[in-house]
Design a protein. Sequence first.
Length: 596
Amino acid sequence: MSTQPAWNGKNLPRLTPRMTERLMAVAAGRRFADRIIRNVHLVNVHIPRLEENRELAILGDRIAAIGDDLGHLIGKNTEVIDGRHQIALPGMIDPHTHLDSMFTVREFARLALASGNTTAMSETAMIAGAAGPDGVSAFIDEARAVPMRVFFLAPPQVPPFPDFETSAGLNFEGFKTLLRQPDVIGVGENYWRPALDLRPGAARQLAAARTLGLTREGHAAGARGFHLQAYRAGGITSCHEATTPKDVLERLALGLAVQIREGYVRSELPAMGPLADMKGLDTRRLMLCSDLASFEMLLRTGVMNEVVRRAVAVGFKTLQAIQMVTLNPADYFGLTGLGRLDPGALADLVLVDRLDRLTAELVMVGGRVVARKGMLTVNMPYFQYDPVLRRTFKLKRLDPADFTLPAPNRPVKVRIVDMFNETITREAILEIQGRRLGIQTDPENDLVKVAVWNKHSASPRGGVGLARGWGLRHGAVATSLLWDNNNLLCVGVTDREMAMAANRVLELQGGLAVVRGRRVLAEMPMPVGGIISEKPLPELAREMNDVEKAIRGLGSLLDRPFLALQTFCFTGLPFIRLTDRGLLDVRRGKMVSVVL
C-alpha cells in the first residue's frame, strides 16, 4: 500500500500553535489577512440562517475572521476579492460515492469541483475487486493528485461471498494497512446479509475500524426489525439504503446516520417529501449523497448542487438541505475543519449566484481559488497508471463451446434469473425442451443465455445459466464492469456471438462490447483494471450512449441497460445471482443448479 502523505486527507493541515497565534492575531486586528472576500451574504450552517452583507478574512488555508467590515485587516499584500453580493456557503461534500470505476478521478474532479463539490468520500471496493491492493493504491494516488479533497473507505467484503464468487480483493492484513492510511476515514459499505451470517473476518474488520475511531458504513437494503438491530449491534454507523421515510426513521431511531441517495443508481429523494414536512425531526444525522453521479449530472449541472436543488424541490428547506451536504457529513466523519464557515475552519467555500440555483461563480479550496464561473483555474494533473494495471486479465480467449449448457434430451425444468428491474433479480422455474447439444435460447420468449467467467484464471472457469428480462432478439453483449467482483459477463442469443463479444472485451483489456452476427456494433474500452476509461468524460458518455443504443437495437427494452449489466451479478442485493461458480441464492447463501 502507498504511504505517500496526502495534503487532502484525514491529516488535514493541523492548527499548530504558531498558526493558531497568527489566526487569533488576524481576528483580533493585530495582523493583516492574506485575502479578504467582501460583499457576500453568508450561509451560517450552524443556526442555520443567511447572514447578509458579510466579509471573510482568510489567512493561509483557513478562515480567520467574519464580520460586517474587515477593512482594518487589509494590508498592502492583502488580496481583496469582491463577492458582488453573491452567497457564500461551505464547499459541498458528497458523503457516499464510488470514484473507483468508469472514469478517472481527474475527470470527476474537473467537473465536480467547478460546480462547488469540494470534498468526496469514495468507496474502493470496485478497484479492489478488479485489481487488488495495487489497484487500490494506484487509485488513491490518483485521487491525491487532484485539487479537491477525496477521502477513502476501506472495502470490507470483496467479494461479498468469497465461498461463492471470485475476485482480487484484499486480505485482512491488506485491509488493516489500508485503514492506517491518513486519508482513509472508515470502512466501506458492509452488505448486511454476509455480515449477519458472520462471514469470517467481518467482526475483526469492524473491530479494527472501531479501535481507530473510524466510521463503519452500512448497506442495509431490505433489513428491518431485529435484522437491522443486529446489524447496528455489530458496529455499523450509517446506511444509504433507506428507500422510504419509514426506513429513514427506523435507522435514525437506532442511532444510525442516514445518507439519502440521489444519483445514477437510485433516486430516493422523490419519496422523502413526508420527512421534509415532519415537525420536530432532527435532521443533523441526515445527509444527501449521489452514490455515484450520472454522466449527465456531471456534464450538465454538477453533483451536490444538483442534489440540493432536488431536495428543495421535494420540500426540504434550502438551508436544511445545504446542512445535509456540508456540516452534517463533516461532523459525521469527524472532519471538524470542513463543512462550515467558521474562524479556524479550512477555507473551502463556494460563491453562488442564488440559493435556488446554486450555480457556482467561485470555488475555493484551502484558501486558494480553484474555479470561476464553472471553469477550473488550476492545473488538473494527469496521472499515469502503471501498465501492469492495464493487463489484469489472465483469461485469454473463449470458444463458443465454452457456453454450452448441458441437459438431458427431453423436457426439463430449469431455474432462471428473472430480472425484476435493472438492479433486482428473482428466481423463476420454467419447463423447456432439453437437447442433445445442450439447452438453447428462446429469444421469441425472452429467454437468453448468461455466463460469468473468472478473469483471474488462464483457463475458462465460469458459470453458465439462463435469464429472462433482457429482451434480446439477436446478438450478444459482454462487460467486465461488474459491481465488486468485476469478472466477465456475457448475455446473448447464440454461443458464437457471446464468445465474440467476450473475446472483444478481453482484447480491450476491459470494458463493454456489443455484437450482432460477425460485427462489433459498439464498444467502450476500460483498460485500467478492466473497469476505468481514461478518456474525457464527454467522449466516454458518447461511448456509453452508443453501447446502450446498440443493445436496444438487439431488441432490449430496458431503460438503463448499462446499469443492468453492472448489477446483474451483484451479490450484495437479492435474490438470485450468477457468479463465476454458478447460480447463487443470495438469501439462503447457497449454490443452486440450473437444471432441477
